[in-house]
Design a protein around this ligand. Structure first.
Ligand SMILES: Nc1ncnc2c1ncn2[C@@H]1O[C@H](COP(=O)(O)OP(=O)(O)OP(=O)(O)O)[C@@H](O)[C@H]1O
Ligand SMILES: Nc1ncnc2c1ncn2[C@@H]1O[C@H](COP(=O)(O)OP(=O)(O)OP(=O)(O)O)[C@@H](O)[C@H]1O
Ligand SMILES: [Mg+2]
Ligand SMILES: [Mg+2]
Lengths: 263, 263
């Protein structure tokens, strides 16, 4: 039975997609069978593992919206194997931007992703869901499909404010959709370590009542290799295994998997 | 008659809000009368000029959604003067996250912001609209209310891909809503100047057919003062007038206003 993890923070540009791709690729390298699910109309996760969504005939859009009256699209029809072993992908597409308008009137509109993922989930150890920077219906679908949430955040005030709103949304989902949902952890990302203000902001966040004790100890520092990795569509563990970025994500993947690193 | 400028890029964390606040504050300091309009449920623009949306009785949410059967909310009821001269604000609020569900079924749902802004716009020289990281109904409202668009982008591939989608959306708006909409310019933001990859990515973008010639020559480099400015809710020109960030935004404001800087 897979661990299904949504990676969320409605603040933009905090490293959600970078986290999904790179934790996924590291877990796959460690031997886990991993499925990445790209629920974001920007489709950065899809591009980030070397797949161009515009070159695909069918994507997550077709499964959620079912645009064809004569054909039912299932997850199994659209799952792609990436070029790395153990790393599969449910591709996103820019058309997802319009998906919410279709979904808004459907019965069970929040549980559509969970229901469609269920038949294909058994072969996987980890399913990692990338979400858009919003608390809208696509993100709610991801939170409802998941059992756990990983929250990347920069050491900046607006990324941390975003977490408070996300926690409120998670509480609402637990209550109204009767969905157990736990926080796997908060990751401090794109960290400019030497800036005094960054340290101050992280310290302040770690003392916040709702956030205390929830931070992964691995922090992802700023590393240009992660930008190059996005640019080339190759996870950093394969592009530059000796880089800070690769090592940090590998440590994070092991932490998430409960594999203890020597201190 | 004001210049109405939407600041857009559906990629997250590229500096949209930072651009709205700081170009706005610089123009106000130069003597222009400026209105900032916060159309983002994250309400970072509101917080960034020292206003806590949760402390307000009424915000843009009330004007767009009209939640009270017995009272009509107008822009004039919710506009706030910030603590700096010439700088006013239409405050946003987290409840805007739900606004799109209400708006989706309204006739004229794309032109609501334009119609409600029109009666209050005359006293201003510049109206700058901050938008969420999405191409959804709130952003469409901003694009339809505006005559010009400023596009911030990081020197990173996914921010630049976002611009292509945005240009397509602008084309659609021009055609279907018969709305003239021009690009005031693209700003390269949060630039890590010394990184060879950043230079490469900027150069590549400047040669793209659709983007060529549209870049502001001022680039906003990474500057921790901008993070501090966000944290303290004070525009950088007031917090740290001698900082790189303040000087860069002042140059950008003058460029936008057509005031020529000595080279
Ligand atoms: N540790 C890092 N060091 C340097 N650059 C990074 C790092 N992590 C991510 N980036 C870059 O920062 C940008 C934003 O990251 P990313 O797209 O993963 O964030 P996101 O939260 O998914 O954004 P969005 O809200 O738009 O979905 C990307 O261009 C990415 O390559
Ligand atoms: N030039 C800069 N140097 C350093 N930090 C910056 C700079 N510009 C913006 N920032 C910081 O980067 C973060 C993202 O910027 P900002 O919130 O303005 O982007 P945005 O595009 O509005 O994000 P969103 O898509 O979430 O609305 C903020 O914490 C901001 O303080
Ligand atoms: Mg993303
Ligand atoms: Mg913003």
């Amino acid at each position: 039975m897979p661990r299904i993890i949504a990676v969320c923070n409605q603040k933009g540009g905090v490293g959600k997609t970078t986290t999904v791709i790179n934790i996924g690729a590291c877990l796959a390298q460690l031997g886990a069978r991993v499925l990445l699910v790209d629920v974001d109309p920007q489709a950065n996760c899809t591009n980030g593992v070397g797949v161009d969504p515009r070159g695909l005939k069918h994507t997550l859009f077709d499964v959620l919206v079912q645009p064809d009256k004569f054909k039912i699209f299932r997850m199994e029809d659209i799952i792609i194997k990436t070029e790395w072993p153990n790393l599969d992908l449910v591709p996103g597409h820019p058309d997802l931007a319009g998906a919410e308008l279709h979904l808004v009137r459907k019965i069970g509109r929040e549980t559509l992703l969970r229901k469609t993922l269920e038949p294909v989930s058994r072969p996987y150890d980890y399913i990692l869901i990338d979400t858009p920077p919003s608390l809208s219906l696509l993100t709610i679908n991801a939170l409802t499909a998941a059992q756990e949430v990983v929250i990347p955040s920069r050491a900046e005030p607006w990324s941390l404010d975003g977490i408070e709103n996300l926690l409120d949304t998670m509480d609402a989902i637990r209550e109204e959709l009767n969905q157990p949902l736990r926080i796997a952890g908060i990751i401090v990302t794109i960290l400019h370590e030497r800036a005094r203000l960054s340290k101050e902001i992280v310290k302040r966040a770690e003392q916040d009542e709702r956030l205390r004790g929830r931070f992964f100890k691995t922090r992802i520092r700023r590393n240009i290799k992660l930008v190059e990795s996005a640019d080339r569509g190759i996870p950093v563990i394969h592009l530059a295994p000796e880089s800070h970025g690769a090592k940090a994500f590998m440590a994070l993947a092991k932490d998430l998997a409960g594999l203890d690193e020597p201190a």
